[in-house]
Design a binder for this molecule. Sequence first.
Ligand code: 4H4
Length: 253
Amino acid sequence: MKKKDNQTLISFYIITIFPEMFTSISNYGVTGKAIQKKIIKLSLLNPRDFTKHKYKSVDDRPYGGGPGMLMTFQPLYLSIKHAKSLLQDATVIYLSPQGVKLNQSNIFQLIQKKKIIFVCGRYEGIDQRIIDSLIDEEWSIGDYILTGGELAAMVIIDSISRFIPGVIKTKKSLERESFYDNLLDYPNYTRPRKIYNMTVPEILLSGDHDKIRSWRLKKSIEITLEKRPDLLEKKTLQKEEKIILNAYKKNKK
Ligand code: 4H4
């Protein structure tokens, strides 16, 4: 049987001294399926395999002293070079707290790239000359420090996967979720109608799709205003949304 290999939509090379960590996305759930089905291609390269010394050391002391270690220059450099030769025209991304902070809209831009090399640092980071010569973009998943870039890479791959056609649901259901258009999700309910004396809002059982749609929009706006007013500031409001927002603000006074 002829194998279809035109379905890979996005290819990743990961530079990591702990490649086994990536079994957590390749063996489970939606990302696992996408990788099995070859919609996403994950390849792993270990700098340790590029060491030339007897002890295969991948950490080294920083010039100028101070606490902590850095990644050894040469194995890291060679593994990135190797990944670049295997995945031509790929974007090389280093994950660190100094990077541009990720949000849902730049996750969406990342998927357009099709070929990405993630460099996962350990210890206190990597030699600046590697950043200057081989890294195209530096991204951060948030203002906190991890022990390595692996979890950050997995967070990004996981989040990107959801946008890949055939990996997850329909365009319609992507459109209704949190952050689409800078609104948080509305509350969701499933069976049963009544449990432990808790009920489902009547309107969701009414079958009136127009009313349901506007109830959900109202809830989304109220929740966003309460929990993430910063998102609403960024949003361009439609007429209906303005009306809902003004009514809500008036009511609160
Ligand atoms: C890099 C730790 C730099 C500390 C690292 C420093 C993140 C993050 C992350 C392993 C690497 C850490 N990656 N988003 N946040 N010298 N990576 O924490 O600046 O303190 O993506 S340092």
